[in-house]
Design a protein around this ligand. Structure first.
Ligand SMILES: Nc1ncnc2c1ncn2[C@@H]1O[C@H](COP(=O)(O)OP(=O)(O)OP(=O)(O)O)[C@@H](O)[C@H]1O
Ligand SMILES: [Mg+2]
Length: 314
């Protein structure tokens, strides 16, 4: 049976702190705080498992956190992260309830060595077979070659597996050269890739079309509250939610939920417009939970009728 595999090279422990009024040089009492085991591929995997899919989770973890991350191994998630020397980084999100603003603080964690990258390559070489879907999400950890995603995507394709890439900067730039089946840049990531600002919808679509001409089958551009533009060589769909029916807890991981929903929908046949609708329903569902990918199938079913799909004809 075809497998779904997520690859998280830069796992993270997300600390999410909600407070009211973020002042400088003040002591602030948090309204709530929580810690989640994350990294973008793991967020995607959690979302897929919430939809009842079975996922293999590969990637790296700092050796001191390896036992904690192993606790994610549950019936839906087969967790097989490779432990590397050093600690897993922390991401801190400060969510100010008085303004609705989010402040993100990033720290650095482990670096990987060539031998770590070789171990992961060997592991994927053994695991993958034709028809599998492999999702690469997140940044490259320090020490990884800039073309590491590119070589892993080439490996997937040589095995007859499909690839999805959701990354940024050099990881995305080099990864695109391997022509992944789908990439999911947000607008800022697409602009960095383009080397220029993309001022309006036609400019975004133009840039996405350019990437499809380079071999990506789908370029799915996420634009926060403005929804998604999903572009292939033949089609362009715009998906938005008519209104968000609930209180937004955080925006963290909405892009990962979008990827999870899209991948899940492709397993149930249908076509591009169904995949983008399902992806956006999952992305919006993710807004209601602090933990990325913690939404439920019920949330998604409730949201699906609220997702508007428009075909854009150029
Ligand atoms: N405030 C919002 N209202 C409605 N939909 C939203 C909102 N924020 C996010 N979304 C949905 O989630 C999708 C993905 O969000 P976004 O564009 O922020 O991704 P991202 O920057 O890749 O996020 P991350 O990398 O944290 O997962 C959007 O395209 C949209 O469909
Ligand atoms: Mg993202």
């Amino acid at each position: 049976m075809a497998k779904i595999v997520t690859v998280t090279l830069n796992t993270a422990i997300d600390h999410c702190i909600a407070l009211r009024g973020l002042g400088i040089e003040e002591t602030i009492q948090a309204e709530s705080s929580a810690e989640y085991l994350c990294g973008k591929g793991l967020n995607v995997a959690r979302g897929l498992a919430a939809l009842d899919a079975q996922v293999h989770c590969l990637g790296f973890v700092g050796e001191q956190s390896a036992a904690r991350f192993q606790q994610l191994d549950t019936p839906g998630l087969d967790v097989d992260l490779l432990a590397v020397a050093g600690t897993t980084r922390s991401n801190i999100t400060l969510f100010d309830r008085s303004t609705g603003s989010e402040t993100h603080i990033r720290t650095s964690g482990y670096s990987v060595l060539q031998k770590d990258c070789d171990r992961l390559t060997d592991q994927m070489n053994c695991l993958l077979s034709a028809g599998d879907m492999v999702v690469f999400s997140g940044s490259l950890p320090p020490g990884a070659p800039v073309d590491f995603y590119q070589s892993l995507i080439n490996l997937c394709h040589s095995k007859g597996a499909k690839s999805v890439l959701d990354s940024s900067g050099e990881g995305l730039r080099h990864g695109v050269d391997a022509a992944p089946w789908l990439i999911k840049p947000n607008l800022a990531e697409l602009e960095t890739l383009a080397g220029k600002a993309l001022e309006d919808e036609p400019a975004i679509i133009n840039q996405a079309k350019h990437l499809t001409s380079q071999g990506c089958q789908w370029v799915v551009v996420s634009r926060g509250a403005e929804g998604v533009l999903a572009v292939s060589r033949e089609h362009c769909w715009k998906a938005t939610v008519s209104s968000v029916p609930g209180q937004i807890m955080t925006h963290v991981g909405c892009g990962d939920a979008l990827v999870a929903g899209w991948v899940y929908a492709t397993l149930r046949a249908g076509q591009g417009e169904n995949w983008v609708q399902y992806g956006v329903a999952c992305a919006v569902a993710n807004l209601f939970y602090h933990e990325p990918g913690r939404f439920s199938q019920r949330d998604v079913d409730r949201l699906l009728p609220l997702i508007d799909i428009t075909k854009i004809v150029e």
